[in-house]
Structures are given as C-alpha cells and as structure tokens.
Design a protein around this ligand. Structure first.
Ligand code: NDP
Ligand code: 2IT
Length: 444
C-alpha cells in the first residue's frame, strides 16, 4: 500500500468518530500525493505524514460559570496545539454549541497549512468551547470567558500559543479573555490577537479576513482576464468574515445580493445595505431577518438557499460543509465563475469535485481566508516592537500577502502539472514549508 493510503487508512480506523477531521485530512493527503511521491522514502522514514496529522497536544478542560439567575453551568473547553514547526501555535477560538474534538482537530489541521501559506512564522492551533454566546448577557459572556482563560492561560503565551477570534468570538470576547490573562499572569504581552485598538490591537484586523478574501478573488479574476467590476456576488454568513467580504466586494465594483445566518437568508437585488447589516449584527446582535423590516423590497427566506441565486462569484463565509453537492450543481448550471472560501472547509469534498469538473474556479479556505491570521501575525509584530501601524500600512501588507499566496498556489499547481487546481497548489505549497522545518528539527 502506498504511504499516503496507509496513513489515511490508519486515520480512518483510529478516528472513525471524527468525520470533519477525516474530511480535512483526506483533502490534504489526497492532493499532496505528487509532492509526497517525489520524496516518499525520506518522508516515510521520518514518519512525516504520521507526525503531521497528529496534533502535538490536545487540551480539554471544564469551564464552570454562573448565569444571571445564579445557576452554575458547565461547558467544555479545548485547545488543540497542532504543529509549531515554523512558529508559535496560532489560531482562533470558536464558541458554538457544535464544537467538539473533531471540529477542533479539523480546524487546527487546516490552520497549519494556512499559516504556512501566509509566509509568516506561525504554527497551527485551534481552540474553543461548546458555549453558545447567543442570548447570553454581557455579564454571562464575561463570566464564561474569565473561567475559560483561568484554565487556558497555563498553555498560551506570546511566544508559545496566540489565540484569536473565530465563530462566536469577536472583540468583546477577546477583551474579556485578555483582561483575565493579564490579571492572572501579570504580564502585558501580545498573547491574543484581534484585540481592541486601545490595548494593542491592530488596525484592519477586523476587516482582514473578508478584505483578504476579496484581494484573493480579485487576483484570481485578473489572472483570468476578468475583474470584479459589475459582477454579482452571493455570500453566506453575516458575521465578521461575511460583512467585510461584502464591504470589499462592493468597493471593488461588484454587487453583493445575499447574506445569511443560521436561521435564514436575505436577497436584495439592489445590493446589500451594509450599514444596516452592521447595525443588526455588530451592534444589536440580532437576526438577519431584521433587514427586510427596513428594506421592504428585499426578501427574507427561512432556512438555507443562497446558492440558488444566479451569480458570477460565490463566497461561502459561514461554517463548514455549508455548500453541498446539489448547491455546486446549481451554481455551475447558473454560470458561476468562481467559488472562494471565506469560511473553513465550507465546501464538501463532493461539491468541490463537482465545481472543479464543471470549470468553476475554486480557491480553498486555507489560501482564500488566510488574510485574517496573516494580519494577526502583523498584530504580533506590532506588539513585539511596541508600535502601531496605520490602517493603510496594514491593509497594504495584507494585500501584498494575498497576492503572494495567489502567486504561490498558482505556480505550485503549474509546477505539478495541474494548472488552475488551487487545492493541490495550496496544500502542496503549505505542506512543503512545514515539512522542510520538521526535517530540519529532527524527529520531535
Ligand atoms: P461569526 O461568528 O462572526 O459569524 C458566523 C456567521 O456564520 C454567522 O452569520 C452565523 O449565523 C453563521 N453560522 C455559523 N455557524 C453556522 C451554522 N452551523 N449554520 C449556519 N450558519 C452558521 O464568525 P466569523 O465570520 O468569524 O467566521 C465565519 C467562518 O470564517 C468560520 O468558518 C471561521 O472559521 C472562518 N474564518 C474566520 C476568520 C476570522 O478572522 N474571524 C479567519 C478565517 C476563517 P448565526 O449568528 O445565526 O449563528
Ligand atoms: O480560521 C482562522 O484563520 C481564524 N479564525 C483566525 C485565526 C487567527 O489567529 O487570527
């Protein structure tokens, strides 16, 4: 049995109860085959694949906290420190009731390759909890965050592991995490990113994932003799990534006609009013259905459905496995030119295959949404030198990083004889840098 197949078979056996992790591992291992085959003996002797698919460590802990009624609650906390061959562990914290060890591991695994693609010195990690911030008061969120950090602080540090935001973790949660870390450790350091601007945050970090996604999409279109000007864009999600993706798409001349949340989706043929969405989501923390109370000619539909709207470009920006095989068929039939992933693994393996076979250009999340973590690394740099850069300076660096990622994944795909296959390009390019470092460090 070939090396990759053996490692995949072992993983399937060992982690049969971790479907998301197995999906992410399969996507990477299948597509790096040409790079592994070239060095099979060396990699196998050094157990490179066995070592890269296994997290360095997984921490799981209890998070007791007290709600507003005075009742005690318990959630489960996780931090998966996956690989620190090229830099300190780095990755977000997800707060969502669906969080479990499989989701933590898939996200940590993806992060290793994504962080490598940024070209910056950051290793891969992910953390989170099954806590649901929806409907909780500020005090309850603070109580949870303080309890979470009371355990997590033991395992992180500015040169060790630097968490950040993800689903359910925004500026408010990062603030409470930071306050508790500082209080326990007595150290003022860049231990988290996505911080508020008054205490070491970076300008443009809030916008970075969405903006970066559009810088990537723009490069892709230009490389294929096209632009974003006048294009119809459908976006799922209505959170941090979706909002700033919509903002940059609009700035680049496209028209964004959909957004969604977990209850339903909106279609506005005139283009989404982002000031209103920001008020609904960032200020009021309300449902996207509020939108049609103001824009009465827009349509709100319960459930899922954004991929049924004819578009030139589709940007899944909500969560994993939200773009299914039937959605891919519909997008292709409706003439969609490109799908670029703002979320992590939003497209199923089957849907990805359908899109690529139908000639829809596809850029995977580990390349397309890397602008967020890249700007987190820029926040770390600013913290280290105790300076703050201007919005323009950070944004310009982010733009350059996304252009470089596109160049890198495109050139790598070409080098391995699969021009335009950005899944292969991203996975091999991300993999090679990490493996180079792992080989240099010896078996550890
Ligand atoms: P937010 O919490 O800000 O927003 C998430 C959005 O997706 C919300 O509109 C939410 O709806 C929707 N959503 C979440 N889970 C589900 C679900 N199970 N079913 C349907 N809708 C859902 O998160 P982000 O915008 O930060 O993250 C979105 C995606 O982007 C995630 O995959 C994340 O891992 C990825 N990402 C984030 C980065 C960042 O910097 N924040 C960087 C790179 C990737 P509702 O409010 O109803 O739950
Ligand atoms: O998935 C991701 O890349 C993030 N949630 C951002 C991680 C980070 O450290 O900024």
């Amino acid at each position: 049995m070939k090396y990759i197949e053996r490692v995949l078979a072992d993983l399937n056996k060992k982690y049969a109860n971790q479907p998301e992790f197995l999906q992410a591992a399969r996507e990477v291992l299948d597509s790096i085959a040409p790079a592994v085959e070239k060095n099979e003996a060396l990699y196998e002797r050094n157990a490179i694949l066995e070592r890269i698919v296994e997290p360095d460590r997984q921490i799981q802990f209890k998070i007791p906290w007290v709600d507003d009624k005075g009742d005690a609650k318990v959630n489960i906390g996780y931090r998966v420190q996956f690989n620190n061959a090229i830099g300190p562990y780095k990755g977000g914290i997800r707060l969502h009731p669906s969080v479990n060890p499989s989701i933590m591991k898939f996200l940590g695994f993806e992060q290793v390759f994504k962080n490598s693609l940024t070209g910056l010195p950051i290793g891969g990690a992910k953390g989170g909890s099954d806590f649901d911030p929806k409907g909780k008061s500020d005090r309850e969120v603070m109580a949870f965050c303080q309890s979470f950090m009371t355990e997590l602080y033991k395992y992180i540090g500015a040169d060790v592991d630097v968490p950040a935001g993800d689903i359910g973790t925004g500026a408010r949660e990062i603030g409470y995490f930071y306050g508790q870390y500082k209080r326990i450790r007595g150290v003022y350091e860049g231990v988290l990113t996505g911080k508020g601007l008054s205490y070491g945050g970076s300008l443009a970090r809030k916008e970075a994932t969405g903006y970066g996604l559009l810088y990537m999409t723009d490069e892709l279109m230009k490389d294929h003799g096209d632009t974003l000007e006048g294009k119809t864009v459908v976006i799922s999600g209505a959170g941090n990534v979706a909002i700033y993706a919509a903002e940059k798409a609009t700035q680049l001349g496209a028209k964004v006609v959909t957004l969604s949340d977990s209850t339903g989706w909106i279609y506005d043929k005139n283009g989404i009013d982002l000031d209103l969405v920001k008020d609904i989501k960032e200020v009021r923390r309300a449902r996207i259905s509020e939108y049609v109370k103001v824009h009465t000619d827009a349509v709100y539909t319960e459930g899922r459905g954004v991929w049924s709207v004819p578009c030139d470009i589709a940007l899944p920006c909500a969560t994993q496995n939200e773009l299914l095989a039937e959605d891919a068929k519909l997008l292709a039939a409706n003439g969609c030119k490109a799908v670029c992933e703002g979320a992590n693994m939003p497209t199923t393996l089957e849907a990805t295959q359908i899109l690529m076979e139908s000639g829809v250009m596809f850029v995977p999340g580990k390349a397309a949404n890397a602008g967020g973590v890249a700007t987190s690394a820029l926040e770390m740099s600013q913290n280290s030198e105790r300076l703050s850069w201007s919005f323009e300076e950070v944004d310009e660096k982010l733009h350059g990083i996304m252009k470089n990622i596109y160049k890198n994944i495109s050139a790598t795909a070409k080098k391995y004889g699969v021009e335009g296959n950005y899944v292969v390009g991203a996975n091999i390019a991300g993999f090679e840098k990490v493996v180079d470092a792992m080989l240099a460090h010896g078996v550890c």
